[in-house]
Structures are given as structure tokens and as C-alpha cells.
Design a binder for this molecule. Structure first.
Ligand SMILES: [Zn+2]
Length: 160
């Protein structure tokens, strides 16, 4: 799940300017390695494609079956016995492994927490949040940043 959110949120706006962690090769390589990848150029290309597709899907602007299917090319599962237990191992082309993990994490969220992955309600923010609360009313990527900013704005409008 962290990989999915980290990937979706790797292109934040900082003071209105996009800071894309995956654009600069050195920082992209570092990001991929921190998330268990090899940081090779092929992997980074697939990761950027996966981010674009997942962003469109998470904003409701693309059909998952169309946008995400190409990322699963050549992916399959094989059965394995571990200590007498049957498990399934996902096998993907090595450079696509991280991107595939992100797509599978998205599928797990859709299954287990449907509707809980959403864009931050602050229009000037590009981040996504995953609401795990019982009330399901989280609107901001971060209460400390976007939540307080919205509160301050409402307060200012009320008292003007
Ligand atoms: Zn936000």
C-alpha cells in the first residue's frame, strides 16, 4: 500500500511548482531502490507509465481495464508449496516488478477499501490519500497541511 501511495504522490506541487521525484534520473533511481527496485532506466520508464495510468484511474478519469492492463503484460502467478501450504507467487518481467506491485496494491485497495483511495480535497494539492478510518470522512492528504489551510480559509471567509 505504501508503494502505491508513494508512487501516486511522487509528483507533488511545492509552492505551486511540480516537484517530480521520478524526473531527475538520480532521484528517480534513489526512489526506486528505496522501494525495492533496481533503479534501472527500463524500470523507471515503466514506473512513470504506471504512475500516469494509476493517477488517471484514481481520479476516475480512466477505465482500469484499459489503463492498467498493459502494465500487466507478461505477468503470471505460479503455485508454490511452502511448509505444506499452497501459495501463489507473482512472476513479472524484472524491470516491471515494482510497477506490477503498485497495480496489485491498487487492486487490493479496490477490493478491501473501495472508494477509500481519493485525491486530496485541496484543489491546489495533487496528493492522494487512503482513508482507513471507520467514519470514512477524511478529505485531506494531511490535516496538518491541507486540512488546516482549508480551515483557515473558511474561517477567514466567515469573519470577513
Ligand atoms: Zn493535500
Amino acid at each position: 500500500m505504501d508503494l502505491l501511495l508513494d508512487l501516486l504522490n511522487s509528483r507533488p506541487l511545492v509552492d505551486g511548482v511540480e516537484r517530480d521525484v521520478l524526473r531527475d534520473p538520480a532521484s528517480a533511481r534513489r526512489w526506486a531502490r528505496e522501494h525495492g527496485g533496481d533503479g534501472g532506466p527500463e524500470e523507471l520508464t515503466v514506473l512513470r507509465d504506471a504512475r500516469d495510468a494509476l493517477t488517471r484511474v484514481a481520479r476516475g478519469g480512466a477505465d482500469p481495464g484499459v489503463a492498467l492492463a498493459p502494465l500487466l503484460d507478461g505477468v503470471h502467478r505460479t503455485p508454490e508449496f511452502t511448509d505444506g501450504r499452497l501459495t501463489w507467487r507473482t512472476v513479472s518481467p524484472p524491470h516491471a516488478r515494482l510497477a506490477v506491485e503498485a497495480v496489485l496494491a491498487w487492486a487490493a485497495v479496490e477490493e478491501e477499501l473501495p472508494g477509500r483511495l481519493r485525491p486530496c480535497a485541496n484543489d491546489a494539492c495533487r496528493l492522494f490519500l487512503l482513508d482507513r478510518s471507520r467514519a470514512n470522512r477524511a478529505r485531506w492528504c494531511s490535516m496538518a497541511v491541507c486540512g488546516n489551510r482549508a480551515k483557515a480559509r473558511r474561517h477567514y471567509e466567515r469573519t470577513r
